[in-house]
Design a protein around this ligand. Structure first.
Ligand code: GLP
Length: 243
């Protein structure tokens, strides 16, 4: 771990507060900033904190733009388990961000390659991501960049691993309902963000967190590439902190 700043907190709620501090600082200094957002259970306390800070007048999302990391292939935006729906319910519907200023990859795109290219172009047209939020999967995936023999660069289609399908089945009626493919920002897209905040909570993430920041950088642990990013803040709770 060369550049990573580590903040160890007591529990997920405190993680939410510390992570919200990073967003608040950015939005205050750059009201029309571009934030990269993540789904999963881990960021939920952060989203709750951001909602209450806007209600308290501390943050203003009205000029903020946001790009999400990923989306399941084949799920419509209003599907209960789509990541678009997750973002609406957990954040966007409760803050002043403008709908046209939120983008999530289109899980229904017929021409996936063209959609992915357009997604990258949109982020570039916005001036790039100022702050990218990340969770982590048990196999070290970020977004849906699964362990591979190389680091995928741009937004692309991915085949989900059995481990990821298994981890995400809790949100679906049965494992057969979990999509087998997804669209994800690439590792290159993520690494291009000016600042990265990774949030990790729970003892079940301890091993992968150790591999990510204290092990070798390898595409077999996609998140390990973050060791090469100059501005990463890891916010983890005591249960997940591996040292
Ligand atoms: C999914 C998402 C990731 C997320 C991961 C962990 O696979 N694509 O972006 O980091 O789940 O989710 P959780 O925070 O629920 O453990």
């Amino acid at each position: 771990m060369i550049h990573t700043r580590v903040i160890v907190v007591k529990n997920p709620d405190e993680m939410g507060v510390k992570a919200a501090d990073q967003f608040e600082a950015l939005i205050q200094s750059k009201p029309a900033c571009v934030i990269g957002l993540a789904t999963g259970s881990t960021p939920v306390p952060l989203y709750k904190e951001l909602i209450s800070r806007e209600k308290a007048g501390k943050i203003d999302f009205s000029r903020v733009r946001s790009a999400n990391l990923d989306e399941y292939k084949g799920l419509a935006p209003d599907h209960p388990q789509s990541y678009r729906k997750f973002m609406q319910e957990n954040l966007f519907d409760h803050i002043s961000i403008k709908p046209e200023n939120t983008i999530v990859p289109d899980g229904l795109a017929e021409d996936v390659e063209a959609m992915c290219a357009a997604y990258e172009e949109k982020i570039e047209a916005w001036g790039g991501v100022d702050l990218q939020l990340l969770g982590i999967g048990h196999d070290g995936h970020i977004g849906f960049n699964e362990p591979e023999d190389h680091f995928p660069t741009m937004t692309h289609e991915v085949k989900l691993t059995d481990m990821t399908i298994d981890a995400n089945k809790r949100f679906f009626e049965s494992i057969d309902d979990v999509p087998k493919y997804a669209i994800s920002m690439g590792i290159g897209t993520i690494m291009a963000a000016k600042q990265i905040v990774m949030v990790v909570t729970g003892a079940d993430k301890k091993d992968i967190l150790h591999k990510t920041f204290w092990g070798p950088v390898t595409p077999e642990v996609p998140a390990s590439i973050l060791q090469f990013h100059p501005n990463v803040t890891l916010i983890c709770d005591e249960a997940a902190y591996p040292l």
